[in-house]
Design a protein around this ligand. Structure first.
Ligand SMILES: CC(C)(COP(=O)(O)OP(=O)(O)OC[C@H]1O[C@@H](n2cnc3c(N)ncnc32)[C@H](O)[C@@H]1OP(=O)(O)O)[C@@H](O)C(=O)NCCC(=O)NCCS
Length: 164
């Protein structure tokens, strides 16, 4: 992970982000939509930058929707995968959403057949919530995954002692 830094996404990063997206997903987000969401919640849009080449080598896009966190997309350039970049991006976004904004949970949709991404999320505390049939335009199902805010201490339920 040395030589790669995580920072906020800038408008001028968008072409590089789109390139990584196109290389990673069958249906990438259109750049105008990325720009629109970036302006709506800039804190949730992060990139990993190779400090030597200044190239964007990974990104994550997240926002707050109806009071909970939502990960829209995450990807690392193919040649930079399995070096801890995806984990660092996810951790940084989780810190913003869970610690700063105190959201109760984060959700995301992932292709049912995207085994690598699903395992990546399971190992980082995400669980399957439900199946979203034919969620993607090409008819592929999605899995809605969820992670609860580990920093929120819910009060213990009251102990009820029955006398009868
Ligand atoms: C999912 C994705 C973002 C992960 O990105 P990444 O940068 O490879 O993530 P990391 O390197 O942090 O972790 C990937 C694995 O590499 C391992 N790894 C990390 N550093 C490593 C190293 N130095 N040497 C060997 N393995 C390493 C991690 O432990 C992890 O395995 P684990 O899940 O068993 O713990 C990436 O595979 C990707 O871009 N996929 C295509 C897009 C996609 O599917 N996105 C998700 C859709 S919702």
């Amino acid at each position: 992970m040395e030589k790669v830094k995580i920072r906020r996404m800038r408008y001028e990063d968008i072409p590089q982000v789109v390139e990584i997206e196109r290389d990673s997903f069958p249906q990438p987000y259109p750049p105008p939509l990325i720009m629109q969401i970036l302006s709506y919640f800039p804190e949730g849009f992060l990139v990993a930058e190779d400090e030597r080449s200044k190239k964007v080598v990974g990104y994550i896009m997240g926002l707050i929707e109806f009071g909970h966190g939502h990960i829209i997309s995450i990807a690392t350039s193919k040649e930079y995968r399995k070096r801890g970049i995806g984990s660092a991006l996810l951790k940084e976004l989780e810190d913003i959403l869970f610690k700063k904004y105190n959201v109760a949970y984060i959700t995301l949709e992932v292709r049912f057949n995207n085994r690598e991404a699903r395992l990546f999320y399971y190992r980082r505390g995400y669980m399957d919530k439900r199946l979203l049939p034919r969620y993607y335009e090409d008819g592929t199902d999605a899995i809605l995954m969820i992670k609860k805010n580990p920093y929120i201490q819910l009060p213990s339920p009251p102990v009820v002692v029955s006398m009868w």
